[in-house]
Design a protein around this ligand. Structure first.
Ligand code: 5RP
Length: 218
């Protein structure tokens, strides 16, 4: 089974968490794209979606799923999104697709975070995957210097502007043993919009695509 087939198994299995007539929180990425395809098959049973990126919004709308403004929705029952890494405490690194800030906002208004991944995303210690940090452009160099003080090696993601008009620093060489503490420290730096550590709001359910099918941990 290919990695994409495992992503597909995870994405389709997430349909089980979608309630009738609900508005669904939708993340971003190649695994979520499979979930959106699945959501398209039940589009008449849901009210619509709140989306975490322009890319996901376009895909949802192309399938005829109404996308609501996050400001018009008080809460969501379920948010479905992928991750770049997830540890046994269900802390995640996200932002490989540069959508981390909007993802964090949609996750924040959601009662349940359903994380859909293939088996390659599970790690014991976060940080092998470079940690994305969304930064206001004028703060890029300052934040990079501060990230070095925190033990990382930040690399400017050339040619990428986020949906919010900002830039991304990918922090290499981190071994994140206290994810909540690191999330707080990086978020406290002036000019940081958000860090792609999802520890204060981690996953509630993990659906892992495996060669044997989707494995669900609640
Ligand atoms: C985008 C994300 C994605 O969830 C993460 O990068 C995983 O992507 P994929 O499903 O393509 O492996 O955080 O900002």
């Amino acid at each position: 089974m290919t990695q994409d087939e495992m992503k597909k198994a995870a994405g389709w299995a997430a349909l089980k968490y979608i309630e009738k007539d609900s508005i669904v929180g939708v993340g971003t990425g190649s695994t979520v794209n499979h979930f959106i395809d699945a959501l398209g098959t039940i589009k008449d049973d849901i009210k619509g979606a709140v989306s975490s990126s322009i890319a996901s919004t376009e895909k949802l709308e192309a399938l005829g799923i109404e996308v609501f403004d996050c400001n018009d929705v008080a809460y969501l029952d379920v948010y479905v999104d992928g991750a770049d890494e997830i540890n046994p405490s269900r802390d995640m690194i996200k932002g490989g697709g540069a959508a981390l800030t909007r993802e964090k906002i949609v996750a924040a208004i959601s009662n349940k975070f359903v994380c859909i991944v293939d088996g390659t995303k599970a790690v014991d210690v976060l940080g092998q995957f470079p940690l994305p940090v969304e930064v206001i452009p004028m703060a890029r160099s300052y934040v990079a210097r501060e990230l070095v003080k925190l033990g990382g090696d930040p690399v400017y993601r050339e040619g990428v502007i986020t949906d919010n008009g900002n830039v991304i620093l990918d922090v290499h060489g981190m071994q994140i043993t206290d994810a909540k503490d690191m999330e707080d420290k990086i978020n406290a730096l002036a000019g940081v919009v958000t860090v792609g550590l999802f520890a204060h709001r981690g996953a509630d359910v993990i659906i892992t695509g495996t060669p044997e099918g989707a494995k669900i941990e609640e």
